[in-house]
Design a protein. Structure first.
Length: 374
């Protein structure tokens, strides 16, 4: 059985790596990797392949950046050719990026079953491009692998039949479990002159936080306030860097004492930075989950989350982008590591369950055809 797994953007690599590893343990699967090239820089892409032990992609589409319609269309056009030549039995897509929805559409239209890993998450906020990608992908996928109970609940509420849904846990945590020790050996925290538990890590790249000048100004004020009390490291996403330059905010940023702006970090370096941080301030999806697993306090600067288990059981909380309140809350939560409960099935064995599930679906019952599954 030939399985084609799609990666496109940075948050995909650590989800596909454990699945690919697991598939290659079984003779009955051939695992092939397609990289759409949505992210293409060495530091946004190549380093993840090296560090996660992913083989070079079998197919590289090189679509690059663009607006959403153009990028999605380019991926669809190139992926169509891949599907024709590779003729896979199943396409695996992960997460919620443009590559996820584009490849799901192409495969579905060619009657190739699609498995969506990290299905069912909903922020309820359709201004987020990822929310639209999630809804469309889940509507057309044949197998829906869910990371937390809310994912299954959302899908059932949307009328998806139970036999398509499998609660398997969080595959990104598989990578984290596997690489945590190796990450701890990277010297980054020391090299940056930081002390474990005493600094804050920030990431910020959502269009809603960085694409408007006023909003980005408030992000800078928040950094400034936090830095009055403690060092902050900010591995900066290319989108954020581009906006800071566009709005001429670079000088203001460079004047903040205690702030270290870094280029995007490798998987191991970033994991080490998070694991040893006193607190994390972010607007990322995956980081809310990783900090929950690590027990590190996380403040998410968004009005909503599609990952409610990180709040209910984990270390995450949502806050508005308000400099005073955020810096006060950072102070309150600094260093309060929680070694409590980990969400159900976030145990490092999700890829195993995914592959078992695919195996049993394909070998004992056929995957529901597109007709039947509607
Ligand atoms: C994408 C995902 C988002 C994910 C994020 C992680 C969608 C809709 N969004 O957003 O869910 O959280 O990736 O990083 O798919 N750029 C580079 N080098 C690169 C990649 C991008 O310089 O390797 C720059 C380009 O100028 C581009 C901008 O970053 O215009 C944004 O990249 P894009 O892939 O469009 O979206 P992200 O904001 O990265």
């Amino acid at each position: 059985m030939k399985i084609l797994s799609v990666v496109g953007a940075r948050p995909n690599f650590m989800k596909v790596a454990p699945i690919h590893d697991e598939l290659t343990k079984h003779d009955r699967f051939t695992s092939r990797i397609v990289h759409t090239g949505q992210h293409y820089d060495e530091e946004m892409s190549d380093i993840f392949f090296e560090q996660l032990g992913l083989p070079r992609p079998d197919e590289y589409l090189g679509v690059g950046s663009g607006d959403h319609a153009d990028q999605t269309a380019e991926i669809m056009k190139s992926f169509k050719t891949v599907v024709e030549t590779e003729a896979p039995d199943l396409v695996v897509v992960v997460g919620d990026v443009n590559s996820t929805v584009a490849c799901s559409l192409v495969a579905t239209k060619r009657q190739i079953p699609v498995a969506h890993v990290e299905a069912g998450l909903r922020s309820g906020d359709r201004t987020m491009p990822e929310e639209v990608n999630r809804i469309v992908t889940d509507r057309i996928a044949d197998l829906l692998f869910v990371t937390e109970q809310s994912g299954g609940d959302n899908l059932r509420q949307e009328g998806v039949s139970d036999n398509k849904i499998a609660f398997v846990g969080n595959v990104m945590i598989d990578a984290l479990v596997r690489f945590r020790e190796k990450a701890a050996q990277t010297p980054i925290v020391n090299d940056l002159g930081l002390e474990e538990g005493s600094y804050v890590v920030m990431t910020m790249h959502r269009p809603s936080n960085v694409d408007e000048e006023d909003q980005l100004e408030v992000v800078l004020q928040t950094i400034q306030q936090i830095c009055e009390d403690r060092p902050l490291v900010f591995p900066m996403h290319p989108r954020t860097k581009a906006r800071i330059e566009e709005f001429g905010l670079d000088e203001e940023l460079s004047r903040i004492d205690g702030l270290q702006v870094l280029p995007p970090q490798g998987y191991l370096e970033f994991l080490a930075l998070m694991d040893q941080a006193g607190a994390v301030v972010t607007d990322s999806g995956g980081i809310q989950e990783e900090t929950t697993f690590l027990g590190v306090p996380c403040i998410t600067l968004r009005p909503n989350t599609e990952r409610p288990v990180t709040i209910r059981e984990g270390t995450n909380e949502l806050m508005d982008l308000a400099p005073d309140a955020v810096s006060r809350r950072v102070t309150e939560r600094m260093g309060q590591r929680m070694n409590g409960q980990t969400p159900e099935l976030w145990d490092g064995r999700t890829a195993e369950r995914i592959v078992e599930h695919i195996d049993s679906r394909f070998h004992t019952h056929a995957v529901p055809s597109h007709e039947e599954s509607r």
